[in-house]
Design a protein around this ligand. Sequence first.
Ligand SMILES: O=C(O)CCC(=O)C(=O)O
Length: 342
Amino acid sequence: MGLPRFTCPKGGDGESSPHLYVANCGPAVGLPYETIASVFGTYGEVKGVCATDESGTRVIVSYHDKNSAQAAMKALNRRPCSSLGGRLLHIQYSVQSLGKVNNTDAVPVSTSASDLDIPGLYLMHDFVTAQEEQELLAAVDDRPWQHLAKRRVQHYGYEFRYDIRNVNTKHYLGELPSFVSPILERIRSFQTLDHAADISLDQLTVNEYPPGVGLSPHIDTHSAFEGSIFSLSLAGPCIMEFRKYATAVWQEKTTSSSDVGEQTSEKNSSFIRKAIYLPPRSMLLLSGEARYVWHHYIPHHKVDKVNDSLIRRGSRRVSFTLRKVRKGPCQCEFPQYCDSQR
Ligand SMILES: O=C(O)CCC(=O)C(=O)O
């Protein structure tokens, strides 16, 4: 079950209600939910604080009664709030919505892949030791980063081109660096992974996400990479959401950008959502349906809600994504999601 959904009556202040829609407020602007609850708690008993969407900058504060909400509105709306670092909040009354599920609601977050029931999705905790993690981070920090709009990347083997969401197979960058050899070896020897022994991964993308930065929903281009995709999380945690769209038609990205853009063809259709918590040092494997059909997405949060805990993302998250560059067309069993079989 997701968080309750709220809407703001159109045209400004609206009728009073126990729920306040508070903009310019949330983890992404440095205000943890606990702090918000404590400040609004000055005006009455707060029932809960929840995100309105994935931005981390808008929350709903719910009281048990309208009077408390009115008192908070009067004291805090459009006035610099000293207990929130002088921040100017924009508050409206909000009503609980009974309408269609909004795509931006939060989803419950699982800590194990088997709970998600997505064929081909696996998560292995403690895939590397703490010392190996430090060595891997030191190795990439010693090498040049490429700056994208919101995060830094490094590419090995082949460069990934974000404008066409594909690799330039003619531009070989050389063998994967020796610092990933132990990981490759472990992937090969991992008994429980289907076909792992056959995989000769030859492309590595290292992503470094500052806190609050995520990744747009996407399926890795079928024609770019073969079968399984491995992603090792280091330094900080995040949640990853998976989306399966009711109607999915592959559509080439037409705009040019330096980053992975949302695959807009599916943007307005309904979809199933599931989410998993990726702790540092865990390895995620996307294979089969998980790789070819489900979009994966990292919400732009500084704090993630996992069960009943709020988990801060930390100073950065670094991921190592290992893939095998495809040399011929994709012949997967999911043609409606496949750019090779359009
Ligand atoms: O950071 C991750 O774990 C995922 C990275 C990813 O999906 C990508 O680089 O396409």
